[in-house]
Design a protein around this ligand. Structure first.
Ligand code: C2E
Ligand code: MG
Ligand code: MG
Ligand code: MG
Length: 289
């Protein structure tokens, strides 16, 4: 009996680590949309020429009652498996658009970027979901950008293009997130109707000292300029990276160097500061050519 108990204890501990943790997340997730535990943080997107904040990306966090803040990597996979990603995305879109409209009313003019899960993109009615949110919140659709990862788009170009065309018909823009990590060839850029790529952080981590990374990023930027696709670089952590990217005439940048993702009230403050500071020294580093 004692041995049995011990065995159970052992088994129980292993369960706790992986499966049980996933099960607990799943159970909690079922009520998360109505429990007001989901929150959005916003990360500024900077015009590398002027240093101004011209957009923000909405990033989902799960604020537990005990105060812990869970990052999307810990619960989004479960949400995607269980289909809970649909109500969660609906909530995110609504909340992000509502916030954008509220900011616009206070003269804080920032484009709103929202991440769209591949699970949703593959659903035929994604266009209706986005249309409903645009109508409900009154956001000007040109101020809305939807981010999709490369892997979601490369499978079937025709189907993807139909979905992209439907979204763009609403007036919203489409960005390819984590660009360069999905094993796609550059040629698909000319086949997909997209507005922007977001060059993945991994390409610029060593940009100051890596001639090959420099060559790759330069050719991404050049190609996009020819195809009239805008370029944002993610994961900028140091001034040298921002300076180098500005010299290559990369349009926009995002990263801890400018700001970590922040609650909405912090963004309002930062926006005003960036407007004032835009042509002063600390942002001048973006001008060097
Ligand atoms: P992402 O869309 O590529 O977002 C960028 C991630 O990189 C964010 O992580 C952000 O906090 C982080 N980041 C930004 N700048 C830096 C930097 O300079 N250094 C480093 N090390 N990291 C930086 P986060 O918020 O944990 O989100 C991770 C991923 O989760 C996102 O990657 C996105 O794919 C997904 N995600 C976030 N929010 C949502 C959402 O509302 N819906 C969906 N479907 N996915 C979301
Ligand atoms: Mg993103
Ligand atoms: Mg990304
Ligand atoms: Mg990413």
């Amino acid at each position: 009996k004692t041995a049995g108990g011990n065995t159970f204890e052992l088994f129980h501990h292993e369960m706790e680590d992986a499966e049980a943790a996933a099960m607990r997340i799943e159970l909690d997730l079922q009520s998360v949309v109505t429990s007001r535990e989901l929150i959005l943080h916003y990360q500024p997107q900077i015009d590398l020429r002027s240093g101004k904040i011209i957009g923000v990306e909405a990033l989902l966090r799960w604020q537990r009652p005990d105060g812990t803040l869970l990052l999307p990597a810990t619960f989004l996979p479960v949400a995607e498996e269980t289909g809970l990603i649909v109500p969660i995305t609906e909530w995110v879109l609504n909340e992000a658009c509502r916030q954008q409209v509220a900011w616009t009313a206070e003269d804080i003019t920032v484009r709103m970027a929202v991440n769209m899960s591949g699970v949703l993109f593959r659903r035929a009615d994604i266009h209706n979901l986005v249309m409903d949110v645009i109508e409900r919140t009154g956001i000007n659709p040109v101020d809305l950008e939807l981010e999709l990862t490369e892997s979601v788009l490369i499978g079937n170009t025709d189907t993807a293009n139909q979905q992209l065309a439907d979204l763009r018909k609403l007036g919203a823009a489409v960005a390819v997130d984590d660009f360069g990590t999905g094993y796609a060839s550059l040629t698909y850029l000319s086949r997909l109707v997209i507005d922007r790529i977001k060059i993945d952080k991994s390409f610029i981590d060593r940009i100051e000292n890596s001639p090959s990374d420099q060559a790759i990023v330069r050719s991404m930027i050049d190609l996009c300029r020819k195809l009239e696709i805008k370029v944002t670089t993610e994961g900028i952590e140091r001034p040298e990276q921002a300076r180098w990217l500005a010299r290559q005439r990369c349009d926009e940048g995002q990263g801890y160097y400018f700001s970590r993702p922040q609650p909405a009230d912090k963004i309002a403050e930062m926006f005003h500061t960036s407007m004032k500071a835009a042509h002063r020294d600390e942002m001048q580093m973006c001008h060097i050519s």
